[in-house]
Design a protein around this ligand. Structure first.
Ligand code: COA
Length: 163
């Protein structure tokens, strides 16, 4: 069963049994930090450890340009996050992370499919390091086009319209 609602607190139930909740309060912003720090070595850009104070400042500054969700499994455990962040040029970029115990269960693909459909513009951009095959595989041909490639990075854009 697939049911998706976009309002805060909405549920997203899909084939892998995840529930999504929109990040709005401080506790969930802290969850973003914990997951981000745990998974940081896979990211394409910044791999540094973020402190609680830095996270708070980041959220206060960028809250209006972030759409973020935490995802829980059917036992209520938080398994990861997915978010969209708008850059100054108005483009929305996706970021997805699955906590290590939950990797390889299809959650990353499911969270990605969910978050790109929350885009305010209907278009999302993404990047993955070539040495991170799981991240590259998240940008599935069904939803994404390759728009750039260099020796280190792949850059993607979602297809329009998304199926
Ligand atoms: C990348 C990441 C989100 C994948 O999470 P996940 O929950 O394991 O994702 P899935 O189980 O849905 O797998 C995603 C795809 O990668 C493939 N995959 C998983 N691990 C893989 C590996 N080690 N090598 C190659 N492919 C792999 C899966 O088969 C799947 O492909 P498919 O949809 O074609 O079957 C997770 O590894 C992670 O959080 N890494 C650290 C942060 C990061 O790299 N984020 C992405 C930045 S773009």
């Amino acid at each position: 069963m697939i049911t998706t609602r976009l309002d805060t607190g909405a549920r997203f139930l899909d084939a892998v049994g995840l529930t999504a909740r929109r990040v709005i309060d401080d506790e969930d912003v802290e969850w973003l930090r914990v997951i981000r720090n745990t998974c940081r070595l896979g990211f394409a850009a910044d791999n540094s450890v973020i402190t609680a104070r830095q996270q708070e400042a980041w959220w206060q500054k960028n809250e209006q340009r972030i759409v973020a969700y935490l995802y829980q499994d059917d036992e209520g455990f938080i398994v990861g996050y997915a978010l969209l962040r708008m850059t100054d040029d108005g483009r929305w970029w996706s970021s997805v992370a699955t906590l290590p115990p939950y990797i390889g269960r299809g959650y990353g693909g499911s969270m990605t499919a969910h978050i790109i459909r929350q885009s305010p513009t209907g278009v999302v951009y993404g990047q993955a390091r070539k040495d991170n095959p799981a991240a590259c595989r998240l940008h599935h041909i069904r939803d994404w086009l390759v728009i750039g490639e260099d020796e280190r990075l792949m850059t993607y854009k979602t297809r329009e319209p998304l199926s």
